[in-house]
Design a protein around this ligand. Structure first.
Ligand SMILES: [Mn+2]
Length: 328
């Protein structure tokens, strides 16, 4: 792979031939694969990789959501060792297939959302809307409160079991922030809700090169200054070689309330974000994260992806031109 930023798209493991062609038509060459649990096997991974390869697509990273967003691992439930073993097996398969990155997001309840609806800033599209004050009213999801120290102890337990396998397989873990990034919701402390939490996680891993991040611009913007300083953090974590993937997304404002918007409609100037990534010589993958739903009879979600990917690719080309880089 070349040493410039690579535009990637997230796909499901059950991707159709038409969807593969759609990616090719948009000029996508790199993919991130979300494996459904029934596809979670070495044979399926190899079959999919071969099928994608024939169509000019390279898998740069992959994960199985049921395994990496797993309450037993995150909360230290009775069957966590069995689930960590499943996680480690997935790491081993990725290693054998030459895919260098597995995922982790410490979200036993997955991404929390108030509603998917047309908002004030979504131009008539249904999009994700979060009102932290509403989410704060939700009851505990796992019977009791899981506090900060307990969650970090569970994370350490996971690292101790997973990192040696990562080293052996030469596969890194890309840790995504908690979304939305606030200290606690539904009775569970959120492991990663700030740039400082990332530094704590990396220190806990003994600064192993096998623990890195999915730098989710959307989460950084949701959290605002409580999360960190996005532009400075991009520079810092890129130079530390901790950024394994970038999620490119804009929101209307920082919490307590935000709507996911078109890239040009949120409160951040996404060109500055792209310039900062180019200036920091980030050479990994960059991917469109969530997109609003465009009207169904005009292409729906696919139209929204095509629009957003095109916008992101144009920003990348402009930022490279500004730096005197050529299209790579
Ligand atoms: Mn993200």
């Amino acid at each position: 792979m070349n040493n410039q930023m690579k535009v990637q798209q997230i796909i499901d493991s059950n991707i159709s031939d038409d969807e593969i062609l759609f990616l090719k038509q948009m000029g996508i060459e790199y993919v991130s694969v979300q494996f459904s649990y029934e596809h979670c096997s070495y044979d399926h991974l190899m079959q999919l990789q071969e099928r994608l390869r024939r169509n000019g697509l390279t898998i740069t990273d992959a994960g199985c959501i049921k395994v990496y967003k797993n309450p037993a691992i995150h909360l230290g439930l009775a069957d966590r060792d069995a689930w960590i073993e499943e996680y480690n097996n997935f790491t081993r398969w990725l290693g054998k297939a030459g895919i260098p990155v597995n995922y982790m997001t410490w979200e036993p309840n997955q991404v929390l959302t108030s509603q998917f609806a047309i908002g004030d800033r979504t131009r008539g599209s249904v999009s994700r809307i979060v009102d932290i004050h509403e989410l704060e009213k939700l009851p505990h999801t796992h019977g009791r409160e899981y506090g900060e120290e307990e969650i970090w102890a569970n994370f350490k337990y996971f690292l101790d079991a997973a990192l040696p396998v990562c080293e052996e397989a030469n596969v890194k873990i890309a840790l995504h922030p908690n979304d939305p990034p606030v200290p606690m919701l539904v009775g569970i402390h959120n492991l990663i809700h700030s740039a400082a939490d990332y530094k704590r996680a990396f220190a806990l891993a003994g600064n192993s090169p096998y623990l890195g991040m999915k730098l989710c611009v959307g989460c950084w913007l949701e959290g605002g200054t409580a999360f960190g300083n996005l532009l400075e953090d991009i520079d810092y974590f890129c130079r530390e070689k901790k950024v394994l993937c970038v999620h490119f997304r804009n929101v209307s404002s920082p919490i307590p309330y935000f709507e996911e918007t078109l890239l040009e409609d949120g409160y951040m100037d996404m060109y500055r974000v792209m310039q900062q990534l180019v200036n920091a010589e980030y050479d990994g993958v960059i991917t469109v994260d969530h997109v609003p739903d465009f009207v169904e009879s005009c292409g729906g979600k696919n139209a929204a992806y095509a629009y957003t990917i095109g916008y992101m690719k144009a920003l990348l080309q402009c930022a490279r031109a500004g730096k005197g880089q050529r299209e790579g």
